[in-house]
Design a protein around this ligand. Sequence first.
Ligand SMILES: NC(=O)c1ccc[n+]([C@@H]2O[C@H](COP(=O)([O-])OP(=O)(O)OC[C@H]3O[C@@H](n4cnc5c(N)ncnc54)[C@H](O)[C@@H]3O)[C@@H](O)[C@H]2O)c1
Length: 323
Amino acid sequence: MYLLPIQQQIFDHWARSCEAGLGFLGRVSEFGTETLDRSLRLGLHGLPPLPGGAADPSVAAHTVPAAAARPALVPVPRPSGRIALVTGGIGGIGTAICQVLAARGHRVVASYIPAEAEFARTWEKEHTAQGLEIAECDVRDFDSCQRSVAEIERRLGPIDILVNCAGITRDAMLRKMDEQMWHDVLDTNLDSVFNVTRNVVEGMCTRGYGRIVNISSVNGQKGQFGQTNYSASKAGMIGFSRALAREVAGLGITVNSVCPGYVATRMVMAVPEEVRQSIVAKIPVGRLGAPEEIAKAVAFLADEDSGYITGTDLSVNGGLYMS
Ligand SMILES: NC(=O)c1ccc[n+]([C@@H]2O[C@H](COP(=O)([O-])OP(=O)(O)OC[C@H]3O[C@@H](n4cnc5c(N)ncnc54)[C@H](O)[C@@H]3O)[C@@H](O)[C@H]2O)c1
């Protein structure tokens, strides 16, 4: 078989990878020209979905048409790390997400609300060893998000991973909830997702790669007494994720939600002890979640290898709600 010089380079790399034990189930004759060229151009993130019956994982590799070669099986070098922005990154779950993403080789920026500037500076000092950085951004304000994204991208490079994690609660039964409580929660938890994502997604589309993970909640899935505002905002995030997932699926960008159950952060520890105990009693696993458990689910969805998972809401709730 004759290979163009650039294809030869990729073939050589493939052969070396096989020697190194990475392996590839097919033969080079099945490795079509189009796939090689697309892989090179798009960094493997724009390949078409498997046609019809070939989606069955039991189909042997040698029967898969060349144009449908699966990205995960093609050995091409990866960039060492990507730029990740985590809104609410200095909070309980946000900090764990920043730490886990950094441990996986990404350069991570945690955004903070201006009112928390002093705490954010202390947080950054405490996390310098892990390479974590901070950026001011009020997620309720579109212009603030635009400025912040532009500044991060100018300083560090394109944002390839976005985790929308900023969130608040203002609980009350609807009959006692005033307009301010409604708008505070909807602005911070849901409008924010538009404000930040709108400013990041354009670049992802241009580059043909992106991972967006929205931190929703079990209470957005099942509804929670005293949380019409919070439940509505978190359910809205799930709808947003699914709709955007469809819009950008062909451009190498995935959009997913993670739905934590009750996690031991200040948000939950602020709940009176007896209420917390009654919550734990209803969790099949028998305990609150740890922030790191949420962070690992986020890192999984943010991984390059998770390109075939999009529009999903991943429950991490100890079995509290099963749908
Ligand atoms: N803790 C839980 O049990 C739990 C469960 C389900 C979902 N969640 C969700 O996880 C996310 C993180 O929660 P957490 O428990 O770590 O809470 P947290 O209060 O520790 O963190 C929330 C972060 O959001 C930031 N924030 C608030 N308003 C902001 C604004 N206008 N602009 C920018 N940042 C702003 C805060 O500064 C804080 O850093 C939230 O979206 C929350 O709804 C938490």
